[in-house]
Design a protein around this ligand. Structure first.
Ligand SMILES: Nc1ncnc2c1ncn2[C@@H]1O[C@H](COP(=O)(O)OP(=O)(O)OP(=O)(O)O)[C@@H](O)[C@H]1O
Length: 346
């Protein structure tokens, strides 16, 4: 769905902070992120494990671990009636958020088995959800369930309603989850690493399916992944996360053609490319993601950064920098691409 950006976003997230209590102390899992999910487009959140992608996605549904809480910020969701609802203000167990979940905002995750009950047939899981959210009779809900299974490419959908999740392959199970997630016509789909556990062909099929459903229904997608190859396939817009913060955001073309943050450059260098020659080694990002309890002084990324300048990057918090149309780059050197070491993806 590439093209001009929609005028007003479906979701506007501003300075969102999420904290999670653990035995070792409080984790600032998300530490002040700002981004929009435009209507009918796909925003990818990308970053290494532990960067806060899943917690950000789940915060949009106010669905956090029991010890988690939204500590600051707002998540404005544009309702169908034109009124914006601040999701952070809703009781996580209250009626209002429960009517948003599933009906307006749906989630699919990496492990479809976690979303499906093993002891109920697909029909026993799909039909009641459709009845409740769309206010349909049992017969009409069954017809809708069959229609959805057909749309996501499940052969003989009417028969398959009587099957249990274990009777489907991994790829087919993920299709069932997509059918479940989209059966109530949500406007936002949060897809949290939905293809990570699948083989490459099935992964490509699922991405095609999501794009097709988006074209047909005008769905907005927040797609969470650590895989820039997947980002290149599906994203219109990209937000790169590191240690609970967005370090850079832009359109997919901006991020791939003109990355401004050394972390984005390092991620791009670690993506295998066609034609790079057999035996050529992939660059790994040096060092490890720091523990969330040991946020470095200065720039969060400086201990792993090839462009870091001693006495500057280890001392000064870069804040966010705007360079022309590029807003929110968290690197003090971002104004001078030459200082970051030339072309990143070449
Ligand atoms: N239920 C939880 N209890 C304690 N800490 C948590 C919990 N969920 C997430 N965290 C912490 O919050 C931070 C962000 O985690 P999050 O799962 O959002 O990262 P991620 O980028 O999605 O990584 P991954 O790709 O591994 O899922 C991490 O430091 C993680 O350890």
């Amino acid at each position: 769905m590439r093209g001009a950006a929609a005028p007003s976003p479906l979701v506007a997230v501003s300075d969102l902070k999420v904290q999670i209590g653990t035995d070792d102390g409080l984790v600032r899992a998300v530490d002040g992120v700002t981004f929009d999910v435009p209507r009918g487009r796909t925003l990818c959140i990308v970053g290494e494990s532990g960067s806060g992608k899943s917690v950000t996605g789940r915060a949009l549904m106010n669905l956090l671990p029991p010890s988690g809480r939204i500590a600051a910020g707002s998540i404005l969701y544009a309702g169908r009636d034109g009124q914006a609802v601040d999701v952070t203000r809703l009781d996580p167990r209250g009626r209002q958020i429960r009517s948003l979940r599933g009906k307006e905002i749906s989630l699919i995750s990496q492990e479809p088995m976690a979303a499906l009950s093993p002891v109920h047939t697909i029909g026993q899981q799909l039909v009641p959800v459709i009845r409740r959210h769309l206010n349909l009779s049992k017969k009409a809900a069954q017809a809708r369930a069959v229609e959805m299974l057909g749309r996501v490419g499940i052969p003989r959908p009417a028969e398959r309603l009587n099957n249990y999740p274990f009777e489907f392959s991994g790829g087919m199970r993920q299709r069932v989850c997509i059918a479940l997630a989209l059966s109530c016509r949500p406007r936002l789909l949060i897809a949290d690493e939905p293809t990570t556990a699948l083989d490459v062909t099935t992964q490509a099929n699922i991405i095609d399916l999501l794009q097709e459903l988006q074209r047909e229904d005008g769905l907005s997608i927040l797609f969470i992944t650590h895989d820039l190859g997947v980002v290149a396939e599906i994203a219109d817009d990209v937000a790169v996360m590191y240690l609970g913060r967005i370090v850079e955001r832009g359109t997919v073309d901006e991020i791939f053609a003109d990355p401004r943050h050394p972390y984005t450059r390092a991620l791009l260098k670690s993506v295998p490319r066609l034609g790079s020659g057999r035996g050529s080694r992939l660059a790994a990002i040096r060092g490890m993601v720091p523990s969330p309890f040991e946020r470095p002084q200065g720039c969060d990324f400086h201990p792993r950064c090839e462009a870091a300048i001693k006495g500057v990057c280890d001392t000064i918090d870069p804040g966010t920098i705007t360079i022309g149309p590029r807003r929110g780059v968290r690197c003090i050197l971002a104004r001078e691409p030459a200082a970051l070491g030339g072309a990143a993806h070449g």
